[in-house]
Design a protein around this ligand. Structure first.
Ligand code: SAH
Length: 201
């Protein structure tokens, strides 16, 4: 897959992600927040992730400024990146659709918040973050550059590592035993499938 094709695929997928986010952000706009836990630290990591995920790839695709940091990967890695990115988009869309009005871009509990354990949330507690991780891997395979290809995953990791324990604590504070039980049935970012015998029983 040529460099030009990889960049075109990246931009099409990037637009799909933005469209999904804009659509669902509009849906939750009216839903009141009852508990917000955004810290200064999280704001900083969010900003870092924003640079790695949104600004650098656009600079890389549309300007020649970052080409000095290119790396070499075989052309076929572009096809793997294309497939992984498609899975990431599907997961990003499904997690938004399954969370519905309970979704927030940061750590927040909304009015009438309910614990979702259906759809992709039946198997995995953080499918949206998993989709970001897959997107980061796909980006490194599609855009062969240390700065605008690889920096996505590098900038998302601190945010992920900071946020997951805080989010799980917030959910435990809100839903108590119900969330603890949910945690035991699901995987963090790797799906946990219940044994079929347990399902039947
Ligand atoms: N960590 C999840 C959700 C990301 S959106 C994922 O990766 O898919 C972040 C917000 O979703 C949090 O502020 C929390 O209020 C809400 N949330 C997380 N898990 C939830 C669940 N199982 N049910 C309902 N709301 C949830």
């Amino acid at each position: 897959m040529s460099e030009a094709t990889r960049k075109v695929v990246f931009i099409i997928y990037f637009c799909a992600i933005i469209a999904i986010r804009v659509y669902f952000s509009r849906q939750v706009k009216q839903n009141k927040i009852t508990d917000g836990r955004k810290t200064q630290e999280e704001k900083l990591f969010l900003f870092l992730a924003f640079i790695g995920i949104f600004i650098l790839p656009l600079l890389g695709v549309f300007t020649p400024w970052l080409e000095f940091a290119a790396y070499d990967l075989p052309d076929w890695t572009g096809w793997i990146g294309t497939g992984v990115f498609l899975i990431a988009i599907w997961l990003f869309w499904r997690s938004h659709a399954d969370l519905g009005l309970n979704w927030s871009a940061s750590l927040e509990i909304r009015e009438n918040h309910s614990l979702v354990d259906t759809g992709v949330y039946h198997y995995i507690r953080h499918p949206m973050y998993a989709s970001f991780l897959l997107w980061g891997i796909a980006q490194a395979l599609l855009l062969h550059n240390w700065i605008y290809g690889l920096f996505n995953i590098v900038s998302f990791l601190p945010m992920y590592l900071l946020r997951v324990p805080q989010e799980e604590q917030m959910m435990l504070d809100t839903f108590g035993e119900q969330y603890r039980d949910y945690m035991s049935r699901t995987g963090r970012v790797i799906p946990k499938f219940p044994h079929s015998s347990a399902e039947l029983g």
